[in-house]
Design a binder for this molecule. Structure first.
Ligand SMILES: NC(=O)c1ccc[n+]([C@@H]2O[C@H](COP(=O)([O-])OP(=O)(O)OC[C@H]3O[C@@H](n4cnc5c(N)ncnc54)[C@H](O)[C@@H]3O)[C@@H](O)[C@H]2O)c1
Ligand SMILES: [Zn+2]
Length: 364
């Protein structure tokens, strides 16, 4: 058995002067402070978290920041997607400024994608930009949202419609924090892992097929190589296409329908990863129907999703409801969508389709 120390690794996100590292390990939260101190030279750290995470992990993070000589304070936001709002960002601006936030302040985001996206947005905009360190604690945030610099909030018209690109200075992944992440959330995070495998890493896909649910119940240490592989994939895509001009679009595999499913459910009852799982299964079937994917591709993807306890059938909604959800903006009803299709497991490409073409023939 390798020790946690031996299992530590680092992935570089190469973006010129905005480059940063993703540090992975198990039980490494006590070393966070020293690492933060090394990448940014501020005197003050403002840690943003949410009670389910903060209750278990903020104490350790704050102690570590303080022992590295930083003045550190904790700010809690209510748990859940609803906190990704301009109102919540406004409350944070006021609280952080009241606590003395200045140009020598670093923001530390400790939590899942909600905390990371909101804290990232606040860091991008407060005082025209403060450095941020991402400390993701959900599987989804570790393999996806904490890397790449996309930050944002939701508005009435839809999710993530207001935001900014703001790369973190460091991503600190302590897989030990996953011990308290509910099983359903772990499964949902695996959906993004399956996504990375399906679009560009057939070998990772085979690993997932081999390990199956064991990944969720077993030793957290077994997850480390999977986390590292996923961060490498995401970092590679982001380095080549930071602003989503082309390659980065492939990361939207399963998300066209996934977002529609979430919006039709009014963001209740279905987790993002679950919606993406259904969206990926749909996209794989559609890729076969379009003659793009090898026969059997969809069946293999669906089999893996099922083994991981993820859904693969679209929830029923009237076809016109799906059409409306796919064309977020009414004015864009006739606009083509860059739909991510599979060629096979490990190979994806985009194809421009009308919403009505995407929805043929599965959805009546
Ligand atoms: N910026 C990006 O590139 C990007 C990419 C993908 C998703 N996202 C965004 O990420 C969000 C979803 O992220 P998420 O799935 O992490 O949701 P989340 O942040 O709501 O976390 C899910 C739940 O798990 C809890 N939790 C997190 N870590 C925990 C831990 N270690 N122990 C106990 N509980 C824990 C949270 O408090 C929450 O209740 C969405 O808003 C989505 O838009 C952003
Ligand atoms: Zn996603």
């Amino acid at each position: 058995m390798s020790s946690p120390v031996a299992a530590r690794s680092r992935v570089e996100v190469a973006l010129g002067e905005r480059s940063y590292g993703i540090e992975l390990g198990l039980g490494t939260l006590p070393e966070l402070g020293a690492a933060v101190k090394q990448v940014v030279g501020p005197t003050r750290a403002m840690l943003i978290t949410t009670p389910p995470v903060g209750r278990r992990w903020a104490g350790r993070a704050l102690a570590s920041l303080r022992s590295a000589g930083l003045r550190a304070r904790r700010f809690d936001i209510p748990d859940g997607e609803r906190s990704k709002s301009l109102a919540q960002a406004g409350r944070l601006y006021d609280a952080l400024l009241a606590a003395g936030a200045d140009r020598g302040t670093v923001i530390v985001a400790l939590g899942g994608g909600v905390v990371g996206d909101l804290a990232g947005f606040v860091a991008a905009t407060l005082l025209r930009g403060l450095p941020i360190v991402q400390v993701p604690t959900s599987l989804l945030a570790m393999v996806d949202s904490s890397v790449g610099g996309k930050t944002g909030v939701n508005v009435a018209r839809g999710k993530n419609l207001v935001g900014a690109f703001h790369q973190p200075r460091l991503v600190w992944i302590d897989a030990a924090t996953l011990a308290t992440l509910p099983l359903r959330q772990r499964r949902a995070g695996l959906a993004e892992v399956v996504k990375h495998a399906a679009i560009c890493d057939a070998q990772l896909f085979e690993t997932l097929e081999r390990e199956g649910e064991g990944l969720l119940g077993g030793e957290l240490e077994r997850l480390l190589p999977i986390l590292e592989r996923n961060c490498t994939i995401k970092a590679g895509v982001v380095s080549q296409d930071e602003r989503e001009a082309g390659l980065r679009m492939l990361l939207n595999f399963g998300h066209t329908l996934g977002h529609a499913i979430e919006s039709l459910a009014r963001y209740r009852g279905v987790l993002h990863g679950e919606a993406v799982a259904m969206g990926m299964a749909f996209a794989a079937r559609r890729s076969e129907a379009l003659g793009m994917a090898k026969a059997g591709t969809a069946a293999r993807l669906v089999a893996l999703l099922t083994r991981l306890g993820l859904p693969s059938e679209l929830p029923w909604h009237p076809r016109r409801a799906y059409l409306a959800a796919l064309s977020v903006d009414k004015k864009k009803r006739d606009a083509r969508i860059r739909f991510v299709a599979l060629r096979g497991i490990g190979q994806a490409e985009t194809v421009s389709l009308l919403p009505s073409e995407i929805l043929v023939p599965e959805v009546r």
